[in-house]
Structure formats: structure tokens, C-alpha cells
Design a protein around this ligand. Structure first.
Ligand SMILES: Cc1cc2nc3c(=O)[nH]c(=O)nc-3n(C[C@H](O)[C@H](O)[C@H](O)COP(=O)(O)OP(=O)(O)OC[C@H]3O[C@@H](n4cnc5c(N)ncnc54)[C@H](O)[C@@H]3O)c2cc1C
Length: 87
């Protein structure tokens, strides 16, 4: 069966939670997943972002490793903003 393409725009806290549930879902195999992430790094904990100024590093706040995308066969374009949708 030909897979459908699932494009996720943004790799914020919600987008990342979606990806994690998707990887555990039976529906996972039906999709080729592509993520556009306009920021220079994948999902991080925005709720605790202010702690960056009291010593937390970007790594401390990170919610995901690059391995997550490789291990789950998800393509992520870091620093790449989706500028339009052409279905
Ligand atoms: C300092 C701070 C403290 C907070 N504290 C709390 C709290 O105590 N409790 C609470 O409930 N909430 C808090 N929030 C709010 C919480 O962080 C947000 O509700 C949450 O981050 C929303 O998640 P999201 O994934 O929907 O959006 P975001 O975290 O905004 O993620 C969206 C991502 O999509 C990317 N994006 C957008 N458009 C494009 C595009 N065209 N192409 C590619 N990428 C794109 C953005 O760059 C971003 O990385 C806080 C926020 C901040 C900044």
C-alpha cells in the first residue's frame, strides 16, 4: 500500500507530543512523516524557557534528540520554515 505523506509544520511541544503518540500508534505505518521546524533546534520546553536565563542550557530544555527522528524514520528539516501549502 502506498503511504500517504503526513507533513507537520512546527516542532513545538504539541507537535512533538503528536509525533511521540504517532510512533506508538498502529496508524504509523500508513504515513511518511515530514516535519518542518523553522527554529534552529527541535522541540524544547518553552514552559521553562525563562530558566535559560538562570543557567539552564539549550540541551537541558531540549525535549527530543536527533536520534528520535532517525530511529522513527521521520524526516525533519531544521531551520526550514514552511512558507506555503501546496497539496
Ligand atoms: C516563557 C514561557 C512560559 C510559559 N509558561 C507556561 C506555563 O507555565 N503553562 C502553560 O500551560 N503554558 C506556558 N507557556 C505556553 C506554552 O509554552 C505553549 O502553550 C506551548 O509551547 C504551545 O505549544 P505548541 O507546540 O502549540 O506551540 P509552540 O511551542 O509555539 O511551537 C510551534 C513551533 O512551530 C514553529 N513554526 C511556526 N510556524 C512555522 C512554519 N511556517 N514553518 C516551520 N515551523 C513553524 C515555531 O517556530 C515553533 O517552534 C509558556 C510560554 C512561554 C514562552
Amino acid at each position: 500500500m502506498k503511504k500517504q505523506k503526513l507533513v507537520i509544520i512546527g516542532n513545538g511541544m504539541v507537535g512533538q507530543a503528536f509525533l511521540e503518540s504517532m510512533t506508538e500508534s498502529k496508524a504509523r505505518d500508513r504515513y511518511d512523516i515530514v516535519v518542518f521546524c523553522e527554529e534552529p533546534r527541535p522541540a524544547y520546553d518553552r514552559v521553562h524557557l525563562s530558566e535559560f536565563f538562570s543557567g539552564k542550557t539549550a540541551n537541558d530544555l531540549s525535549m527530543v534528540t536527533h536520534e528520535f527522528f532517525m530511529q522513527n524514520d521521520i524526516s525533519i528539516y531544521i531551520g526550514d520554515k514552511a512558507s506555503r501549502i501546496d497539496r
